[in-house]
Design a binder for this molecule. Structure first.
Ligand SMILES: [Zn+2]
Length: 273
């Protein structure tokens, strides 16, 4: 099987081309032809953040959103409110982390409870990724919350602008700022060490979601690879994650029995559904 010599993509995931005798995936080929201007992205990010006086932070209890909250409050001295959408499948330890860090940073925390069972049930039944639908719904709830409360900015822990801008205009005039643009995993871990956080051991590349592992396992059983492969390959391409760690993150996950039981019970799924 041909493997990209730059990222971790292979023939199962995308097209592999031979360029100057080297196997390179089509995403890496585009990246080499149009390399992102990292300095420009960083400058744009600093510029926009210098204008933000108050904002909500999209706060999931996952490690990236915790780092985002820390940076917004401590590095950029923004008057922030942490807003968490609890979709019912956030690991208890992640909720604990979210509360502890908000308290430690003296940031008000608002938790909005919503039921995403429809998205998660469908994803597991059809062996599909729930991530896009889940993220879209959460962003929409947060956007409406920001509008209602008179905020103009929403800061998120999305790690990458993927070669575009570190911010984007959402409908209603809310501006989403991706505060972690181009920040490596190592830099993020360094910040986490300063905070009252205990990361839970969960299958998949997540520090808060109980659905990702089971969904990845179902997808793996059907397709033989991870639906996160492309996203994780991009992190390697951008130099934000090393290959070895990335390859570990795309292996078939081992979902512990307790997690499967909990997810099946909450979603009312039969054994061997
Ligand atoms: Zn590649």
């Amino acid at each position: 099987m041909l493997k990209c010599s730059i990222c971790i993509n292979d023939e199962r995931i995308t097209r592999i081309l031979i360029v100057d005798g080297r196997p390179i995936c089509k995403e890496c080929k585009v990246f080499l032809e149009h390399p992102p201007d990292k300095e420009k992205i960083k400058k744009e990010l600093e510029e926009i953040l210098s204008k933000v006086d108050k904002a909500i932070v999209a706060y999931s209890g996952g490690k990236d959103s915790i780092v985002a909250l820390y940076l917004a409050k401590e590095k950029y001295s923004i008057d922030v409110e942490a807003v968490m959408v609890d979709h019912g499948f956030i690991a208890p330890q992640a909720i604990k982390n979210a509360k502890n860090v908000a308290k430690y940073l003296d940031v008000p925390l608002t938790i909005i409870k919503r039921d995403y069972s429809d998205i998660f049930r469908e994803a597991l039944l059809k062996a599909k990724s729930p991530c896009r639908k889940c993220s879209r719904r959460t962003m929409e709830i947060l956007r409406k919350y920001a509008l209602k409360k008179g905020y103009r900015y929403m800061i998120t822990g999305h790690e990458l602008p993927f070669g575009h801008h570190p911010y984007r205009l959402m409908s209603g005039g809310i501006i989403q700022v991706r505060i972690l643009s181009l920040m490596s995993e190592e830099e993020r871990m360094k910040i986490l060490k300063k905070l009252p956080v205990e990361l839970p051991e969960l299958p998949g590349y997540t520090s808060n979601c109980l659905i990702l592992g089971p969904a990845l396992q179902r997808f793996w059983e059907r397709h033989g690879y991870s639906f996160e492969h492309r996203r994780i390959a991009a992190l390697v391409r951008y130099g934000l994650l090393n290959k070895e760690k990335a390859l570990k993150k795309v292996q078939k996950p081992e979902v512990p029995q307790w997690q499967w039981e909990l997810v099946k019970k909450k979603l009312k799924l039969e054994d061997g559904f």
